[in-house]
Write a protein that binds this ligand. Structure first.
Ligand code: DAH
Length: 339
């Protein structure tokens, strides 16, 4: 009993100025191995007639320690807040929160959208996980076309009908399924191909698709639209050429090159010493594609194009490695702060 009274006094007069002292209190009086805990352990050695009184005493002691502990915590808390307020110099200027920059792909995307918005194109988007119909079949891909095979396309869980879209042309189909001509739309987005990552290739990249369907749309409209876009984007001196090509969803088809604006057309490793860089595929929408979305090819014609956003950004800002776009190196990203 004398011990218990002594402990009561110790607890009542305990002072904690620091977190360490608070912790010392906890270990000594609260924790399972505390002196109070040990007293509970002695219960079994107390003769029966004394058990009740002893039990009451140590319970009181335990409650006292708990209360004191809460009190010490509150005191210390109060002390810390008042101390920091006192030691704070409110006349100092506040610290700047670092501001990030837009990613170059975001910048390019916005710029492309702005340029086409001026000539009446709206923006449409579609899902990145696509079915075979929108990514291939409705776009007039023959059943055995190599692009459907595993080396190009990421399929979802062995279901040959569902894949990560390999191009934004899938959005053409979705728009035409839901809207009637005239259609003038731009579809920016992320696309996926099973390719090894290098300075020139990536398995994830971005495209922007353009689609114009109306009565009397001709190849001249496609050419003028591209001329307008390229000059807005890369400057009035940029040269443009159309090379005949093949895509299942366009007929006739053309690839579009612009004069290399890294070497000014003189030849460098980006243009592989040809002076020209490819920026897009394009063509007149194949009548089969219009039929697949129930648009009458006798009444309507259209053109389409698909461009790589990374390629566009690389040309615009002389970036020579595709991997920079996905590595999140702030030294690279910070260079776009002012744009
Ligand atoms: N989808 C093609 C690709 O990913 C690009 C393309 C070519 C889109 C011609 C078009 C087009 O709309 O008309 O390689």
């Amino acid at each position: 009993m004398a011990d218990i009274n002594q402990l009561k006094q110790e607890i009542t007069s305990f002072k904690a100025q620091t977190q360490e002292q608070l912790e010392a209190f906890r270990i000594k009086y609260i924790s399972r191995k505390s002196v109070i805990g040990q007293l509970f352990g002695q219960m079994k050695d107390i003769p029966n007639e004394g058990k009740k009184a002893f039990g009451q005493q140590i319970n009181e002691l335990k409650n006292l320690a708990q209360e004191k502990f809460q009190e010490l915590i509150a005191q210390l808390d109060h002390q810390e807040t008042t101390q920091t307020a006192d030691s704070m110099d409110l006349t100092l200027p506040s610290a700047w929160a670092p501001i990030g920059s837009s990613h170059p792909i975001t910048l390019i995307r916005n710029e492309i959208i702005d340029i086409f918005a001026k000539i009446g194109f709206n923006v449409s988007e579609g899902p990145e996980i696509e079915d075979d119909w929108h990514n291939f079949t409705a776009l007039n891909f023959p059943p055995n076309h190599p692009a459907r095979e595993m080396q190009d396309t990421f399929f979802i869980e062995k279901d040959p009908d569902i894949a990560l879209r390999t191009h934004t042309s899938s959005v053409q189909i979705r728009v035409m399924e839901n809207e009637k001509p005239p259609i003038r739309t731009l579809s920016p987005g992320r696309v996926f191909r099973n390719e090894a990552i290098s300075a020139r290739a990536h398995c994830i990249f971005h495209q922007v698709e353009g689609l114009y369907v109306d009565t009397n749309v001709s190849f001249v409209d496609l050419k003028q639209t591209i001329y307008y876009f390229v000059k807005e984007m890369f400057g009035a001196d940029t040269k443009i050429r159309f090379r005949p090509s093949y895509f299942p969803f366009t007929e006739p088809s053309a690839e579009i090159d612009i004069s290399c604006n890294i070497c000014g057309g003189n030849g460098c490793n980006v243009c592989k010493y040809t002076g020209w860089v490819e920026i897009a595929g394009s063509g007149m929408v194949d009548p089969n594609v219009l039929k697949s979305v129930n648009i009458d090819p006798e009444k309507y014609t259209g053109f389409a194009f698909g461009m790589g956003m990374e390629r566009m950004a690389m040309l615009k800002w002389q970036i020579n490695d595709l991997r920079l776009f996905t590595e999140n190196d702030v030294r690279f990203l910070e260079q776009f702060k002012s744009l």
